[in-house]
Write a protein that binds this ligand. Structure first.
Ligand SMILES: [Zn+2]
Ligand SMILES: [Zn+2]
Length: 214
């Protein structure tokens, strides 16, 4: 067996547990006579003869995009069987995908809190129940890529939150014409306005002085 350190690309177990991961993998590497230094796709040869579904495509975009070199799209798809894997991955930055200024709304601070704490399998299940065009043909069993799920979230989150409020018996107020982009909803002196109108909606008017494009 070679005494050269095994180069495993992005797999790394330096530090106090050095070789905990790479040690056993190196034995397999020799045993299975992997000819090239395993990196990217070759890493699979250490433990797998073939990868089920690696050529599968996202049902929504059918993209070939590889999230890591040599790793095919087929192993980076999600459906209801693995939505819970998204925690700490997609949704660490979910808040950035909420449209407009809704997260700063003075009368509704629950959305942010809920997004931080919700079980992702439940979140995605409810997102799929609230989705609209262009996602209507997607089922919970369809395999969908990370990027399309992020877009689905962005396009659905306000409808989903409205549906939750209705489910909880909250009366939905009249839409504010500035919708999710309304600045007034964010000011503490705008609390009355924030309470009087619904902001979980598309803007129908552009605010004076706003640079926003819609
Ligand atoms: Zn996709
Ligand atoms: Zn408003």
């Amino acid at each position: 067996m070679s005494t050269e350190p095994l180069q495993l690309g992005y797999l790394n177990d330096d530090g106090p547990y050095e070789k905990f991961l790479t040690g056993p993998l190196k034995e397999l590497y020799t045993e299975r006579q992997v000819t090239n230094e395993p990196y990217g796709k070759d890493l699979e040869k250490l433990i797998l003869d073939r990868v089920n579904g690696e050529n599968d495509k996202c049902r929504q975009c059918t993209s070939d995009y590889q999230w890591l070199p040599g790793i095919k799209q087929g192993v980076n798809l999600y459906n209801e069987t693995n939505w819970d894997y998204l925690r700490g991955y997609i949704i660490a930055d979910l808040q950035f995908h909420v449209p407009g200024k809704v997260l700063q709304n003075q009368s509704d601070k629950q959305l942010n809190q809920t997004l931080r704490n919700i079980d992702y399998a439940i979140l995605m299940d409810e997102m799929f129940d609230s989705k609209k065009d262009p996602y209507l043909n997607l089922s919970k069993q369809d395999w969908v890529c990370y990027d399309c799920l992020t877009e689905l979230f962005r396009d659905t989150v306000l409808r989903w939150w409205l549906n939750r409020k209705r489910r909880d018996g909250v009366t939905i107020k009249e839409d504010c014409q500035y919708g999710y982009d309304c600045s007034q909803q964010t000011y503490s002196r705008g609390l009355e306005h924030a309470m009087r109108f619904n902001h979980l909606c598309e803007p129908t008017q552009r605010e004076q002085g706003s640079q926003g494009a819609y």
